[in-house]
Ligand binder design. Structure first.
Ligand SMILES: [Zn+2]
Length: 204
């Protein structure tokens, strides 16, 4: 990624004549997606680029007007009810658009990302790529397909310590969306993941 980032920075131009692009940061819960998104946004701001950040209105888990990582990194953001609203609120001189919790947006987010990139905007979207049963969580798969750059983040399996790619639910619910953190989910690898609720891992 460092090599890629160096290349990207080199190509960045203050004029809008250059083409934009789409970056997707995808992975399980506790894999550091928001942290990676915030890191990229902060770097853009250090370079005095105009940055706008959006998150779905439903995700008020930690803060109303900020995106917050599990490690308590924060970045100001605006709540948005739909992908169309994101597009409508992007200002003409904005150079970087960050979007957190992409899986909670509607499928129109794919067109919105393409449209912003076409206008010359660097679009960075973080999100869960699978739901609690291990199914791809749209629109993340579609976003991964259209993105120029993809970063897959991994957590560490709470059971065995291997790289984890799944979000294990530790409580019973059939709802696809059940917002919670370490009290309701844990990271698991493919071997330790079970596609239904499982008892929390206890280390003795
Ligand atoms: Zn495991």
């Amino acid at each position: 990624m460092d090599e890629l980032v160096a290349q990207v920075n080199h190509d960045e131009s203050p004029t809008r004549s250059s083409a934009g692009w789409v970056e997707v940061i995808a992975g399980s819960m506790f894999s550091g997606k928001s942290e990676e998104l915030i890191r990229r946004l902060r770097r853009a701001k250090i370079a005095r680029q105009k940055v706008q950040v959006f998150k779905p209105e439903m995700d008020s888990r930690f803060s109303e007007n900020q995106i917050v990582s599990h490690s308590e990194m924060r970045h100001d953001s605006a709540n948005s009810r739909s992908a169309a609203e994101v597009l409508a609120r992007v200002e003409p001189d904005t150079e970087v658009v960050g979007i957190d919790e992409g899986q909670f947006f509607d499928n129109e987010l794919v067109n919105v990302a393409n449209e912003l990139a076409r206008r010359g905007v660097r679009v960075i979207i973080a999100g869960l790529d699978q739901d609690y049963t291990g199914k791809p969580w749209e629109p993340m798969p579609q976003l991964l397909a259209i993105a120029e750059y993809i970063t897959k983040t991994h957590a560490i399996c709470m059971k065995c310590g291997q790289p984890a790619n799944y979000s294990q639910r530790t409580f019973e619910s059939e709802e696809r969306v059940a917002v919670g953190a370490s009290d309701k989910y844990e990271a698991r690898c493919r071997r330790c993941f079970v596609p239904h609720a499982d008892a929390p891992t206890v280390h003795v």
